[in-house]
Design a protein around this ligand. Structure first.
Ligand SMILES: [Zn+2]
Length: 160
């Protein structure tokens, strides 16, 4: 999917620190390409229709190598979350307190994506008060293009 993270080269806030950005791999490249178009899509088996994540060549359910990229509604629920505490990388320490959420997708509850809950697509990572985080809270996807050019899904509360 994105097994390596690299510093965003032109993302140097006042701290001089860098946020990490995904580096798409071959299997995950379509996920990021669709995200750049504002679409959340999940690799789905063309034979048994089971979605799978992270992307990989072979279906773990029926072993088929045929797949498609199924568009999701972008709705889901917070399945889990953390509010990271120090020690943090400098770029993240500058943005604390922020959250990392695990979202289960409405159409595919076994598919869970890690991201950040924010107040709007381009808002700072710390734009949602951690006290507002709740397991089960309905969320919807939005997309944020990072300084390095990679577009990542982010999450908004359905009832802000
Ligand atoms: Zn299958």
């Amino acid at each position: 999917m994105a097994t390596i993270v690299a510093p965003a080269t032109d993302n140097r806030p006042e701290t001089g620190a860098e946020l990490l950005v995904p580096v798409p791999d071959e299997d995950g490249a379509p996920f990021w390409a669709y995200a750049a178009q504002g679409e959340l899509r999940v690799q789905t088996c063309s034979r048994c229709d089971e979605p799978r994540f992270p992307p990989r060549p072979c279906c773990p359910h029926c072993q088929s190598f045929d797949s498609r990229w199924q568009r999701m509604s972008g709705r889901g629920r917070i399945w889990s979350y953390v509010v990271p505490h120090p020690p943090l990388l400098p770029a993240y320490a500058a943005q604390a307190p922020y959250n990392a959420v695990v979202v289960e997708l409405a159409e595919a509850p076994r598919i869970r994506l890690v991201g950040n809950l924010v107040a709007s697509a381009d808002a700072p990572l710390r734009s949602v008060d951690p006290a507002r985080l709740r397991i089960g809270a309905p969320v919807k996807v939005t997309f944020h293009t990072m300084p390095g050019g990679v577009t990542v899904p982010r999450w908004l509360l359905e009832r802000p």
